[in-house]
Design a protein around this ligand. Structure first.
Ligand SMILES: NC(=O)C1=CN([C@@H]2O[C@H](COP(=O)(O)OP(=O)(O)OC[C@H]3O[C@@H](n4cnc5c(N)ncnc54)[C@H](O)[C@@H]3O)[C@@H](O)[C@H]2O)C=CC1
Ligand SMILES: O=C(O)CCC(=O)N[C@@H](CCC(=O)O)C(=O)O
Length: 489
């Protein structure tokens, strides 16, 4: 029997498209299956959102916020069950998925603050009138989520969009439909009115049907750079629609002149291997100074990396890394490593795909110093490339030698070195002596180059969820003291 996995106009319905499944990548078990939304259902979802928009956008801010707050409370009440669902669908350890639910809970209060600060009402006096800046929602927006944070990242678009008065059609990653269904059921419980939030599940065909729908006013996307670029082309010549793209990175981390080697190595590990390297902010390129000091950091990194525990999401004690999202993604990382070695890289720690049926890989390090033609690609997993450098300028030049520009960092004792780095590095997130992952929801989150389209998310998501309206208002009209030339009254 088909299960009801699409949420359209306040009702659950079975998909009319092709069957797809979600597989637990740690245990190779099917954890969810359902039929995709076909074109007619995507259309029904968009039209339901269109129909719901006038009433939802006319509600007071407080009424909309109350539903979001109730959703946040329900997340708290269902924290363990949701964290477990995230773990089984993504392979991430439970300790980590608990933090993801925590970030979802925190999103509502942050979005409330951001709404007022970024898009609140401003009133200025002017002679005989008042000038106002206010904001209005765009209308119907499509939200696309990635698999690595199946709850938190779509939530980072959905909550600010709803708070601002938009209605939403949510297309989650086809690799994490169960988390999406769980989250939307909590919204339903929180009292979201019919049509205000719709869920269309499915693979690429469903995504395409939604992105080309003429009745969407905007699209908020978090996912791969390839898909983001396709969408950008598709939206070319459509200035009437708002497109926010959060994409990947090939992020650099520089290490120079550090006295606390263990602290530096800890920062590197947190930057490169958290979430099994499946964060868009993960360090992909590590620049370490040539010579003894750099060698000490590298030796310790190799030692610590070899001891990183990779295990099942429920293992006790908990591992640092769980399985990657799929056996296919894990095999892709092993292929990426082979390619780097073929080009001339030297393996310092071998990334190993332990079992072709699961997503478990151990973290790897390849020294690519002096190797030509390293692809400027985001390898979305726990594989770190090392470059040895002899001057900071050389390291910064190579760090900037990427089409991406999401996150970047430097580990160094000296503040002047950091200031110099900050001035010359090109990225949307630039950190000093801290991991380059774990970006705050209370700050803008986005990159330049191929990492985004200048529509930062997180705290600045409010900006793309509404448009500004400038008004000059006077309660009565008077004739001016002097008339413009050529006017006779
Ligand atoms: N900058 C950021 O904020 C973040 C970026 N990412 C990036 O996301 C990627 C991993 O996520 P994935 O799920 O693999 O991304 P993806 O691009 O494969 O998929 C994202 C969504 O787009 C849909 N989609 C795919 N092709 C489409 C098309 N032609 N038309 C319309 N929709 C389409 C998918 O079904 C899915 O819902 C990584 O590259 C990572 O760097 C992940 C998290 C955060
Ligand atoms: O969106 C937010 O609220 C903050 C940004 C965030 O959570 N970033 C995470 C996830 C990055 C990714 O999506 O892969 C991070 O920087 O670790």
């Amino acid at each position: 029997m088909s299960s009801s996995v699409q949420f359209i106009d306040g009702s659950w319905a079975a998909g009319k498209g092709k069957l797809f499944k979600s597989i637990d990548p740690a245990r190779n078990e099917v954890v969810w299956s359902g039929e995709a939304a076909d074109e007619s259902q995507v259309d029904a979802a968009v039209m339901a959102a269109r129909k719901a928009f006038p009433e939802w956008s006319q509600r007071s801010f407080d009424e909309r916020l109350a539903i979001c707050k109730r959703f946040s409370e329900l997340l708290g009440e269902n924290k363990e069950a949701l964290a477990r669902t995230m773990a089984e669908e993504t392979g991430k350890p439970i300790w980590e998925t608990r933090t993801e639910v925590g970030a979802m809970i925190g999103k509502v209060a942050i979005s409330e603050k951001a709404y007022h600060e970024r898009t609140g009402t401003v009133e200025n006096d002017m002679p005989g009138a008042k000038a106002f800046i206010r904001h209005k929602p765009h209308g119907v927006v499509a939200v696309y989520g990635p698999y690595n944070f199946p709850g938190h990242l779509p939530n980072g678009h959905i909550v600010p969009a709803l708070i601002a008065g938009n209605t939403v059609v949510f297309k989650p990653s086809e690799l994490t439909p169960k988390v999406a269904e769980f989250s939307v059921k909590l919204w339903e419980k929180a009292g979201i009115p019919a049509g205000v939030l719709n869920l269309v599940q499915g693979e690429v065909e469903t995504g395409k049907a939604l992105s080309v729908h003429p009745q969407i006013d905007g699209l908020y996307f978090t996912g791969s750079s390839n898909t983001g670029h396709l969408l950008h082309k598709q939206f070319g010549g459509r200035p009437d629609k708002i497109l926010a793209l959060e994409m990947g990175g090939n992020n650099p981390l520089i290490v120079t002149n550090v006295s606390d080697v263990d602290a530096a190595v800890h920062n590197i590990v947190q930057s490169a291997y958290i979430t099994s390297g499946q964060r868009c902010t993960c360090a992909r390129r590590l620049f370490i100074e040539a010579g003894e000091k750099g060698q000490a950091v590298l030796d310790r990194l190799v030692e610590v990396t070899k001891n990183i525990v990779v295990d099942d999401y429920e293992a006790d004690p908990q591992p640092f890394m769980g399985a990657m999202i799929s056996a296919k993604a894990a095999a892709g990382m092993a292929d990426a490593q082979s390619e780097l070695l073929r080009l001339g890289g030297k393996s310092l720690v071998k990334l190993t795909h332990r079992d072709p049926q699961t997503g478990f890989v151990t973290p790897g390090i390849v020294d690519v110093t002096g190797v030509e033609n390293i692809p400027d690609e985001e390898y979305f997993g726990p594989l770190l490339k090392v470059y040895r450098f002899s001057s900071l300028d050389e390291a910064i030049k190579e760090a900037n030698n990427t089409r991406y520009g999401l996150s970047a960092g430097i580990l160094c004792d000296d503040e002047a070195t950091y200031r110099y780095f900050f001035k010359h590095i090109r990225a949307g997130i630039v950190n000093w002596n801290k991991p380059i992952t774990g970006a705050s929801s209370a700050a803008p989150f986005g990159g330049i180059g191929a990492s985004g389209n200048h529509r930062a998310s997180a705290y600045y998501a409010a900006d793309y969820c509404s448009y500004p309206v400038a008004s000059v208002e006077a309660s009565s009209m008077t004739m001016p003291e002097s008339l413009a030339p050529g006017l006779k009254f």
